[in-house]
Every structure is written in C-alpha cells, then in structure tokens.
Design a protein around this ligand. Structure first.
Ligand code: NAD
Ligand code: TYD
Length: 355
C-alpha cells in the first residue's frame, strides 16, 4: 500500500513524512514543487529509505498527477501543498489564488478520474485529506468562544480566503462526486524545519544573528500554538478514523499573546545559548508597524477530535518550544542555507532555473 503526500518537502509535510515512515510500513510518494518554502534538504534523513519516493512537480500539473496515480495507485492522498505565509499573501496574493485554489482544483479533478476507475471496495477505502487552517474562521473577540467546526467561515487575509475557497472545493467534491474527503483545520504550528519567515523561527534566527526581533503592532494578538509532531499525529488519527465529509479542528488549547511567545523564546535562548555580552536577547525586541487586517485572536475548540477520535496533543508549549529552540541551535547549517540563498542556487542547478 502507498500514500501520496503533496507538499512533503515543506515544514509540516516533511515532519509528517518522517513520522509516518517511522511508524508505518506503507510507502510514501512525496510530490513537491520545491518553492522557496519547500526544501529538499528537509528530506536528507530519508536518502536511504526505500519506502520514500520524491517527485518534483506541482499539484496543478494534471498530466503528472494522473500518471503518478496510475503508477502508484495510492489508497490515500494527504495534501499539504500550499502557499502558507500571510505576509506574503498581502504583498502578492496571485500565487495564493493559483496554488491554494486553481492547482487544488486540478488535483481534485485528477482524484475524481482516478477514483472513478477504482473497484468499489478500493473507492470506499480511498481518502483525500486536506490540511487546512483555523484562519478560515476569521478573528475572535477577546471573550468569544473558540472556533468550532460549525463556525461560519470569515477569512480576512488573501491567504485565509484562498484556504477557505480550497476547503469549499474539497467539500463540494465530496458532496457532488462522492470522493471520501477529510479536512483538518489546525492552529499555528511550530517545530523543526519551519522556514524562518514565520514568527517562531524568525525570532530564533534573528536573535542569533543579532538582529531586531520584530513584533507587529502592540504584540497582544493571540494565537493558539501546537507542536508540529502533535499536528502530524492528529492527521494520522483523522486519516485512520475520521468520517468522510467531516471536518476536524486541531489545536493545542494553548492561547498566547505574541509578545509572550517572543519573551519566552528570549528566555530559552538566554539559557541555552547566552549572548556573548551577557545581556538578554529581549533587548533586541522591537515593536514595528502592524500587519494590515491583522487578525486579533484565534482559538480552537477541539471537542470533536478529542471525543470522536480520541486525539490529544502530547507536548506542552514549554516542552515543544524547548525542543524547537534546541533543534534550531543544533541545525545552524540548515538555517544558514535557507537564509543565504545557497539553497535556491542548488535548486536552480539541480532542477533548472525555469523551475
Ligand atoms: P510550507 O509553506 O512550509 O510548505 C508548503 C509546501 O508546499 C512547500 O514544500 C512547497 O514547495 C509546496 N508547494 C507549494 N506549491 C506547490 C504545488 N503547486 N505543488 C506541489 N507542492 C507545492 O507550509 P506548511 O507550514 O508546512 O503548511 C502545510 C499546510 O498546512 C498548508 O496547507 C497550510 O495552509 C497548512 N497549515 C499550516 C499551519 C502552520 O502553522 N504552518 C497551520 C495550519 C495549517
Ligand atoms: P505567523 O507566524 O506569520 O503566522 P499567522 O500569521 O499565520 O498566524 O505570525 C504569527 C503571529 O505573529 C501573527 O499574529 C503575526 C505575528 N508576527 C509578528 O509579530 N512579527 C513577525 O515578524 C511575524 C512574522 C509575525
């Protein structure tokens, strides 16, 4: 048996592929376009793994997807492939519409053709799992209850709007064409292999290189944080036990203001890699201009996934953040490469500048 993972060279996808192969005998075909966020080096630990096949390409390439489905006959697809950074979506929304909506549509159409020609029992067993975000629900007031699965979609950024549109497509391909889909809407992840444009790796990276630690606005925006390994375990559990057509909210029950996250990171770094001048990294904190349309608060009600699937996170914020800082300290080379542009040069040499 085989599963197809898309976007498996990115942050969550690469963590997922490692966790899956450590736990299961089933092979993984890993399709990734290797955009700036996808990193072939994230998968270096799998170079000698016979159950892992890496394919360079896009979920929007219908010819490629159809031939992969014919060749490997996966019993499930887990779609991580996306443009995922809110600030980039504000600066340039077009790529988000292309990847998160149009390319996803192409993938769903290929899945529709593929499942049509499967025998009844294989078609019933087939699953398409869409990895989505809590940001589709919009922003919460300070006293509002956390997002449940029945909350109305009110996306506010080009990123969240494109993900919401993708979730609607996935839902429609279930209701109209009978494809067995599952959707997970998860809160903010952190952990190894996260590109240093998102808050936690950016703060670690900037702190270590003596730069300012930019905090948007008043720093009191609230996010719910989940360690990436816990997100991956939730996806595996939902894939195994989720009911087709249902959505599952995933979160860490861990609401934190951004400024508290940044201060905690500074304390951890002060302990694990003190500044040479003996002062605190917190001195590098700098309040900067706010993000336009910045969502104030996200919080996730995880009652459904806990009650129906029995999933709970195993890391606390303290244990997960310590692991994360430790990983970045031990993998300074990775950070240097993704920051330096050496990685992009390697991709151009390996795959051609046109890619
Ligand atoms: P990421 O940006 O680190 O990785 C995305 C991956 O998709 C990259 O490897 C990129 O090369 C690949 N990709 C982009 N376009 C592609 C295409 N057309 N075809 C094939 N591959 C393509 O993102 P991430 O943080 O790992 O997020 C993965 C998924 O999880 C996304 O769908 C995101 O919306 C969702 N999500 C992320 C978070 C978070 O906190 N990071 C939280 C909830 C949900
Ligand atoms: P981010 O990691 O971009 O995730 P998202 O916007 O998807 O939640 O940002 C997390 C929070 O941190 C968000 O409220 C914006 C804020 N932030 C900063 O204050 N400074 C920064 O440099 C970045 C990248 C984010």
């Amino acid at each position: 048996m085989t599963i197809l993972v898309t976007g498996g060279a990115g942050f969550i996808g690469s963590n997922f592929v490692y966790d899956w192969l450590a736990d299961r005998d089933e092979a993984v075909v890993n399709l990734d376009l290797l955009t700036y966020a996808g990193n072939r080096w994230n998968l270096n630990g799998l170079l000698d793994e016979p159950k892992h096949v890496f394919i360079h390409g896009s979920i929007g390439d219908a010819g490629l997807i159809s031939s992969l489905l014919d060749q490997y006959r996966p019993r499930a697809i887990i779609n991580f492939a996306a443009e995922s950074h809110v600030d980039r979506s504000i600066a340039g929304p077009a790529q988000f519409i292309t990847t998160n909506i149009i390319d996803l549509f192409q993938l769903l159409e290929c899945v529709r053709s593929y499942t049509k020609q499967l025998g009844e029992s294989n078609r019933d067993a087939f699953r398409f799992l869409q990895v989505s975000t809590d940001e589709v629900y919009g922003s919460l007031g300070a006293d509002e209850p956390a997002f449940s699965e029945t909350r109305r979609f009110e996306p506010n950024s080009p990123y969240s709007a494109s993900k919401a549109a993708g979730d609607h497509l996935v839902r429609a391909w279930h209701h109209t064409y009978g494809i067995n889909v599952l959707t997970t809407n998860c809160s903010n992840n952190y952990g190894p292999f996260q590109f240093p444009e998102k808050l936690i790796p950016l703060i670690i990276s900037n702190a270590l290189s003596g730069k300012n630690l930019p905090v948007y606005g008043d720093g009191k925006q609230v996010r719910d944080w989940l360690y990436v390994g816990d997100h991956c375990s939730a996806i595996i559990r939902v894939l195994d036990e989720g009911i087709p057509g249902k959505t599952y909210n995933i979160g860490g029950q861990c609401e934190k203001e951004n400024i508290d996250v940044v201060r905690t990171l500074c304390q951890l770094l002060d302990e694990l890699q003190p500044r040479s001048d003996g002062r605190s990294y917190a001195e590098q904190i700098s309040f900067v201009k706010d993000r336009p349309g910045h969502d104030r608060r996200y919080a996730v009600d995880t009652t459904r996934v806990e009650a129906e699937i029995g999933w709970r996170p195993s890391e606390t914020f303290e244990s997960g953040l310590r692991k994360t800082v430790d990983w970045y300290l031990k993998n300074a080379n990775w950070l240097d490469h993704v920051r330096s542009g050496a990685y992009r040069e390697w991709i151009d040499a390996q795959y051609g500048a046109a890619k």
